[in-house]
Design a protein around this ligand. Sequence first.
Ligand code: FCB
Length: 419
Amino acid sequence: MSSENFPKFPPGFLWGTATSPTQVEGHIENEWTNFTAQDGGNCRIACDSYHRYPEDIGWMQRLGTNAHRFGIEWSRLQSAPFAPLNQKELARYIDMIDRLRAAGITPMVVLHHFSNPPWINAAGGWTNAATIPAFVDFVKQLVPVLREKVFLWNTFNEPDTYACVAYLLGGFPPQKKWKLGQFRKVIDHMARAHSQASRVIRREGIFEGRKPEVGIAKNWTFFHAYKRFSPWDRLTAFACHYTFNKFVLDAFLGGWRRRASTFIGLNYYGRVRFHHFYPMIPASGAPVSKLKDFGFVCDDMVERYPRGMEKILAYLHRKFRRPIYITEHGAASADESFRERDLRENLAALHRSIQKGVNVRGFFYWSLLDNFEWQFGYTKKFGLLSVDFADKKLPRSMKPLAEVYARICRNSSRTDVPR
Ligand code: FCB
């Protein structure tokens, strides 16, 4: 891919990378600590970014990115409900944020990314309404500390994925299956927590005299029937769309709740098509090569559908009239030219959307590093940088896609958003 002739993005556009605490930090005490992934791996060391974050920021500088989306892990900061924040752990996050800003990298902070403190899990996690005030207390204590340092706040990452995989599919702890009532409860409680946390952030946070920006990151997957005329597959696709897209968007952004989000974070990867009720994607076990015979273009997770990027952006823009950040997009594959094509096609779709008037303010590549991909362990390689997990020192190195992304970032104008 030649990035030299790549379309120019608007001034101020954020080019970033994304990670999450459980997937990269290591040395964490949450529900994932004792979880063994399908490949036998666990997150106990992960990429050791807990210690190596200065080095990781150095890599971001080499990439030339101007933004980074990462999580602040609740379980590190509170040992009991309403407990004061752990000052040592807080100092580490502050140091990380200060280093990012000194490097000209705008931080976007995620407050919940698929993990909870053990005492929250022991009390039923997000199925328990008592989690809402506990979470809001965490936010209330954190925001004043990060005033004038953080402008972009992302409360919840993919509540839809979390509630679905933990309570319907059994992939994430607590590994419940088909508990639709609990799924709905989790979404409802998180949506309430988002509204309350958002109020705190906008009241307590301040950045160079401006109120900070707040939003969730919604995963958007298109659900379609493989055969357009199969009534059963169409019904399955509709049920998934209704449950994971419509119900969740309504819960977080419907009616008066819309005011709780100043931006919309979109995590967009692609689509899932159903054939005889079966989701035709590698994440459900279908081999990429077999799917190819059906005419599906997939990374190691889902079907690629770059046209969908334009469709969903147009829909969100029309419906909510809020600025949008692509808080995640990426591909997992050992084939770097496949990943380049995927990036190029999705960015082209994104660019067309901006030209049509959709206010997209930034793009965060998932992920900076190869990392612990939840129930799949270390087998899904989403990183711009590879990590040699066989070597105790966990050395990082640039993959070919990182060079491409670096050229794209370098060619695009720098940000005027506060850092
Ligand atoms: C998203 C998650 C992220 C990672 C990518 C591949 O759904 O937010 O943690 O798992 O998918």
